[in-house]
Ligand binder design. Structure first.
Ligand code: BEZ
Length: 211
């Protein structure tokens, strides 16, 4: 069955371009972004790995570790990494799992047979320090992911894990947030000392509390 939000992310041991890892141990107290690539030496994946590597400092700042996966072996990933650096102007700077027996791809349901029997789709799993799945995204092989969106949802997940708020449509770090409807107004006044605007009793906006 497909992984659902709140499930424990399956643990595994795997070979990566940075050596063998035990996934939960590797995550440690960080957040993790596990994302699959259909195949080595393919164009869209090459651009994605270059772009995520270029933005790695932004993930580091958020205590989030990146890890890619492709069903090709690690030796192939290492050859491909040379092309990534040459064409994207950026060296790969996080581990990529080699998964030729599809052990991890199967654990995370990354192969969707009606799309392809052999290639993974472009899955994204954001996993919290508690090892629970916080977010899943699935893109087809033909559509590259958006690094800004992954950072945006990570910001929302980290904020809403610490405060009783949710983030509205198109929210980005620094924008106003929504106070949880379960919090009565008198409690909201102490919890959100910057104040709030009430558009409807269930829709109250407050400045982002951790800014
Ligand atoms: C790509 O990364 O460009 C790609 C990979 C597999 C199928 C289609 C496109």
């Amino acid at each position: 069955m497909a992984l659902r939000l709140g499930d424990t992310a399956p643990d595994f041991t795997a070979q990566t371009t940075d050596g063998t890892i035990s996934f939960h141990e590797w995550i440690g107290d960080s957040w993790a972004i596990l994302f699959s690539h259909p195949k080595d030496f393919t164009p869209v994946c090459t651009t994605e790995l270059g772009a995520f590597s270029r933005r790695k400092a932004e993930f580091d700042k958020r205590n989030a570790k990146l890890i890619g996966l492709s069903v090709d072996p690690v030796d192939s990933h290492k050859e491909w990494a040379k092309d990534i650096e040459e064409t994207q102007g950026q060296a790969l700077n996080f581990p990529v799992i080699g998964d030729p027996d599809r052990k991890v791809a199967d654990l995370y349901d990354m192969i969707h047979p009606n799309a392809s029997d052999t290639l993974t789709v472009r899955s994204v799993f954001i996993i919290g320090p508690d090892k629970k799945v916080k977010l899943t995204l699935t893109y087809p092989a033909s559509t590259g992911r958006n690094v800004d969106e992954v950072i945006r949802v990570l910001d929302s997940l980290q904020l809403t894990a610490s405060y009783q708020v949710s983030t509205p449509v198109d929210w980005k770090d620094g924008d106003d947030v929504i106070i949880a409807p379960a919090i009565p107004d008198d409690e909201a006044k102490t919890k959100f000392p910057k104040g709030f605007r009430t558009l409807k009793p269930y829709l109250r906006l407050t400045p982002q509390p951790n800014k």
